[in-house]
Design a protein around this ligand. Structure first.
Ligand code: SIN
Ligand code: FE2
Length: 203
C-alpha cells in the first residue's frame, strides 16, 4: 500500500480499504454497536454534550464524562466489557502501524451529518511510542491538523471512506479535529453519516 507523507510522522493511505473491505468493516461495527451501543459523551466539568456519539472495542475504551477523560474496560451505560477489535482492523494495524504490539483500544466515533469535533490532542494514552491509526468510513470530512500547541497554524485535508491516516513519531501529539462532514459523499452508511475508528495503545 502506498502512503503519502503529509509531514514527518503523518501518513495518509488513500483507499487502504476497498469497497468490499469497507462493507465488511461496516458489518463488524454494526455487530459491535449491538453489544456496545453508541453513548453520548459529555465534556468534563461543564457536562456539555459532544456532537459525536461514541462506543469502543478492545480491552479498553475511551470515555468522557463530568469526571474527566479516561480509558476503562467497560461500557459506561451497560457496564459490560467492550467487544473485541475486529480482525480487519488488527490486520491493518499489523501491516501499517510499524509497532510491535497490538492495539488495546479502538474508539468508534459516529458523526451524523451535522457533527464535528473540536481541536484536541490524543494524550490520555500511556504509550506515545505507538502511533494512532485512524480509519474513515462513510461520508467524507474536512480533517484539520496543526502542531503541538493550540492556536498555531493549521492545514486540512479531506478524509474519505476507506482512507487510513496514521500519526506517530513527531506528529503523535498534533492537535487535530473535524471541521465538518461533507454531505452526500458516500453511500456506505444508511442513514448517511461518518464513522471514524481510531486504534490506540492506551497502556
Ligand atoms: C478523533 O480524533 O477522535 C477523531 C478524528 C476523526 O474523526 O477523523
Ligand atoms: Fe483524536
Amino acid at each position: 500500500m502506498t502512503a503519502v507523507e503529509i509531514r514527518p510522522g503523518l501518513h495518509l493511505y488513500k483507499t487502504a480499504l476497498d469497497r468490499a473491505a469497507q462493507e465488511t468493516l461496516r458489518e463488524n461495527i454494526r455487530e459491535i454497536l449491538r453489544e456496545a451501543p453508541l453513548f453520548q459523551p459529555v465534556m468534563p466539568r461543564t457536562g456539555k454534550a459532544f456532537s459525536v456519539r461514541m462506543s469502543n472495542c478492545g480491552p479498553l475504551g475511551w470515555v468522557s464524562d463530568r469526571a474527566g477523560y479516561r480509558y476503562q474496560p467497560e461500557h459506561p451505560v451497560t457496564a459490560k466489557p467492550w467487544p473485541p477489535i475486529p480482525e480487519t482492523l488488527l490486520r491493518l494495524w499489523r501491516d501499517l502501524a510499524g509497532y510491535p504490539h497490538d492495539p488495546d483500544a479502538c474508539l468508534i466515533n459516529y458523526y451524523d451529518p451535522a457533527a464535528k469535533m473540536g481541536a484536541h490532542q490524543d494524550v490520555d494514552e500511556q504509550d506515545f511510542d505507538a502511533p494512532i491509526l485512524s480509519v474513515s468510513l462513510g461520508c467524507a470530512c474536512r480533517f484539520r491538523f496543526g502542531g503541538e500547541t493550540r492556536g498555531g497554524s493549521t492545514q486540512s485535508l479531506v478524509l474519505e471512506s476507506g482512507d487510513v491516516l496514521i500519526f506517530g513519531g513527531p506528529a503523535r501529539k498534533m492537535f487535530h479535529g473535524v471541521d465538518r462532514i461533507l454531505a452526500k459523499t458516500s453511500t456506505l452508511l444508511d442513514p448517511p453519516g461518518r464513522i471514524n475508528l481510531t486504534l490506540r495503545r492506551a497502556r
